[in-house]
Design a binder for this molecule. Structure first.
Ligand SMILES: [Fe+2]
Length: 269
């Protein structure tokens, strides 16, 4: 029963291979004392440890990007003006996306982390799981997204360097950059409802994969996210209405490949 509560139960299978996790928290959450009845019950001790490991996996992923798993994680600044990605993405979308949506994930994540660090009540800890996944994922995903994008003339749309490890890996794993972009758009277009398409490094297999995630499910475990495309309607609907395909076609004009190259080189180092 408790296994179903683990965050990593959301693991999907791709090409018959599970997206494995290390199953080990990258950071240690503050230890909490257990009630005597819990200490006396080995099964409960395992349950508590498992639940805390599960909760800590998202907290660890947050820490890796935000620098801290404690509350008061700030909303990161956008590295360009709200209108800098026009005409591909309107200023209105960017302002709402950053100040309302991302800000909301940060606020709710901080609330969840405050609770996580202030209680040893196991049912309360368990109840935090959906909020940590959704809001922690929302914060992680958007923090990557903002740097994955750049204005035209400031890196946006400039293709990866010819001799870069990233381009060589893309050509090896997808045939060509154009083929990769086409496959990525197909994956993003096929997401039902809200979600993300990602170019990610599968560290176990040392290869690049295109993966999708529903809602704000974060890319954790054996994958390192490199490039994300947000297909939540809040990312495009005000401008593109129901034409997600047009949004996906245009987004490549502002993809910041230098950032993707940097992420890839750090991931394989
Ligand atoms: Fe978004």
């Amino acid at each position: 029963m408790w296994g179903s509560l683990r965050l990593l139960s959301r693991i999907r299978v791709r090409n018959g291979l599970p997206e494995a996790s290390t199953g080990r928290p990258l950071i240690n959450l503050r230890c909490r004392s257990m009630h005597s009845s819990q200490r006396d019950n080995p099964a409960t001790q395992t349950d508590v440890a498992g639940t805390q490991r599960a909760l800590s996996s998202v907290a660890a992923a947050v820490a890796a990007t935000a620098g801290s798993a404690n509350a008061n994680i700030p909303l990161p600044d956008l590295p360009y003006d709200y209108d800098a990605l026009e005409p591909v993405i309107s200023a209105e979308i960017m302002r709402l996306h950053h100040t309302k949506h991302h800000q909301g994930y940060v606020k709710n994540l901080n609330n969840a982390l405050n609770t996580l660090h202030s209680t040893d009540h196991v049912p309360t800890l368990i109840s935090l799981q959906p909020s940590l996944v959704f809001n922690g994922g929302g914060h992680l995903n958007h923090s990557i997204l903002w740097t994955n994008l750049a204005p035209v003339g400031k890196g946006g749309g400039e293709l990866p360097d010819k001799d870069s490890p990233l381009l060589k890996a893309i050509e090896s794993d997808f045939g060509s950059l154009n083929n990769f972009m086409s496959l990525m758009n197909t994956a993003a277009a096929g997401i039902q409802g809200s979600g993300w398409a990602w170019l990610a490094l599968n560290r176990n297999l040392r290869r690049l994969d295109i993966i999708t995630r529903s809602n704000q499910d974060p890319v954790v475990g054996a994958y390192t996210p490199l490039l994300g495309i947000d297909v939540w309607e809040h990312a495009y609907y005000l401008q593109y209405k129901s034409d997600r395909a047009a949004y996906l076609k245009n987004i490549w004009q502002v993809i910041h490949w230098k950032d993707v190259m940097k992420r890839y080189e750090a991931a394989i180092a």
